[in-house]
Design a protein around this ligand. Structure first.
Ligand SMILES: [Zn+2]
Length: 142
C-alpha cells in the first residue's frame, strides 16, 4: 500500500480539496497519472475511500483515521532525521521515502523518545490530528 497517497489526500482535504485527482499526486510524487490512478483505485478497494471516475479519490472516515496515523508517523520520523542533522526539507523527503516500511514497534519507540516534543521540524503539531478528530466527533453528536 502506498501510504503517501493517503497522507497527501488528507493534506489536500485539510486544504479544502475533498476529491483529489490523479494529477495532484503525479505532480507531488513525480509518478505518471496512470500510476497514481491505479494507486487510488487500490486504496478505494481497501475501503480507505471512494474513487470517482474522471474526478478522483475521496477519503472516507476510515481513510481519515489511517491518514492521521500515517501523518503522525511521518512527523515522528522527521524529528528523528532532524536530530541526525538533516534540514527539515531533507528530513521530510527521507520520511516520505521510508514511512511505509516502519514497524508499529518503531513508531511506539519514537513516540516515547519524542514524548516531550509537540512540533515536527517544519512546525506542524505531531499529534494535531487527534485534537481535530475530537472536534469533528463533537460536532457530529450535536
Ligand atoms: Zn514536518
Amino acid at each position: 500500500m502506498r501510504e503517501v497517497y493517503i497522507r497527501l489526500a488528507y493534506k489536500a482535504l485539510k486544504e479544502g480539496i475533498e476529491i483529489v485527482g490523479p494529477s495532484y499526486f503525479s505532480n507531488k510524487l513525480g509518478v505518471s497519472k496512470p500510476t497514481a490512478q491505479e494507486a487510488l483505485i487500490k486504496l478505494a478497494e481497501k475501503n480507505y475511500g471512494d474513487y470517482i471516475p474522471k474526478k478522483g479519490f475521496k477519503l472516507n472516515r476510515e481513510g481519515i483515521e489511517k491518514a492521521k496515523e500515517i501523518t503522525m508517523k511521518h512527523r515522528l520520523m522527521e524529528c528523528l532525521f532532524y536530530e541526525l542533522g538533516m534540514s527539515p526539507e531533507v528530513a521530510c523527503q527521507e520520511a516520505t521515502r521510508l514511512e511505509e516500511h516502519v514497524s508499529t514497534e518503531l513508531v511506539t519507540q519514537l513516540r516515547l523518545f519524542f514524548s516531550d516534543r509537540k512540533l515536527c521540524p517544519c512546525g506542524n503539531k505531531i499529534e494535531e490530528e487527534f485534537e481535530d478528530l475530537e472536534v469533528e466527533e463533537l460536532e457530529e453528536g450535536l
